[in-house]
Write a protein that binds this ligand. Structure first.
Ligand SMILES: N[C@@H](CCC(=O)N[C@@H](CS)C(=O)NCC(=O)O)C(=O)O
Length: 264
């Protein structure tokens, strides 16, 4: 039996405001929708505990419960949030801008995100989890429902990402950062002239790029990305959402604080 009770209040099961968890958190904040937050610590393997598996048997986060609906997959979840609740629209009205927004969300989710994630797991998640007893870790990994996630955890924890796969991820991050910079030279926001779910998606993936990839993303090489990240960070909903972070992971966002006034 699940130990959590579904009430009328929207329930969100998430980790830090970061990557997939941060997407519905930020979309809900932009819409002004209150929700009950259930923080699951990924590094303590909380998403693989029985109480959460009763909600999402895949053991991945985020998951959202709205009435008797259980929603997974962060990007369509954001679309649900935008359409199911009042508040400012987070999708552009023109078909071409919607296409552009979805093109980029697909690119972020299928290409840019997984490459950045592999690097992040090898330098952050693996070393952070490795502090624990190896046998306990092995047992925790064996309990993960999805094979793809078990493999990612094993590689991160036991330092088994190969140099070739890490090199390929670095190559993809460099290329993807370049085309994002070119895109932002032509468009103010991901979809075009309005802030949208595409920006929320991209910010969650890329807010720490200047820190994690300093040689690739910086004020000299990628000024448009830096300006775009700073503009998103200045939004009240972004500040409110990142203030919910509990670890140094989310605190990295403070590097986007402007040192001088915004350009006019
Ligand atoms: N495509 C899914 C991916 C969800 C996902 O894999 N989330 C990661 C955290 S960002 C997770 O739950 N990992 C659990 C694990 O690795 O055990 C989405 O966008 O929601």
């Amino acid at each position: 039996m699940p130990t959590w009770h579904v009430t009328d209040m929207l329930q969100l099961y998430h980790w830090e405001p970061n990557a997939n968890s941060g997407k519905p958190m930020l979309a809900l904040a932009e819409k002004g929708v209150p929700y009950e937050s259930h923080y699951l610590d990924l590094l303590r393997f909380d998403p693989h505990q029985a109480a959460y598996l009763a909600i999402n048997p895949d053991g991945t986060i985020p998951a959202m419960v709205h009435g008797d609906l259980v929603l997974t997959e962060s990007t369509p979840m954001m679309e649900y949030v935008d359409e199911a609740f009042d508040g400012p629209p987070l999708k552009p009205s023109s078909p071409v801008d919607r296409w552009r927004m979805r093109w980029w969300m697909r690119f972020f989710d299928a290409y840019f995100g997984p490459s950045l994630s592999m690097i992040g797991w090898s330098v952050f998640v693996g070393p952070a989890a490795r502090q624990r007893d190896p046998e306990e870790l092995r047992a925790a990994i064996d309990r993960i429902p999805l094979e793809a996630r078990r493999i990612a955890w094993r590689k991160a924890v036991f330092n088994e990402f190969s140099p070739a796969e890490l090199d390929e991820s670095r190559r993809r991050v460099l290329w993807a950062t370049g085309i994002l910079e070119e895109h932002l030279a032509k468009h103010e926001w991901i979809a075009g002239s309005t802030y949208s779910l595409g920006d929320i998606n991209g910010f969650n993936l890329g807010y720490a790029l200047p820190l994690s990839q300093p040689a690739v993303c910086n004020d000299e090489k990628t000024p448009r990305i830096m300006e775009w990240l700073r503009r998103i960070f200045e939004r009240p909903a972004t500040r409110e959402t990142w203030a919910k972070g509990r670890t140094p992971l989310a605190a990295r966002v403070s590097m986007l604080e402007r040192q001088s006034p915004a350009p006019t």
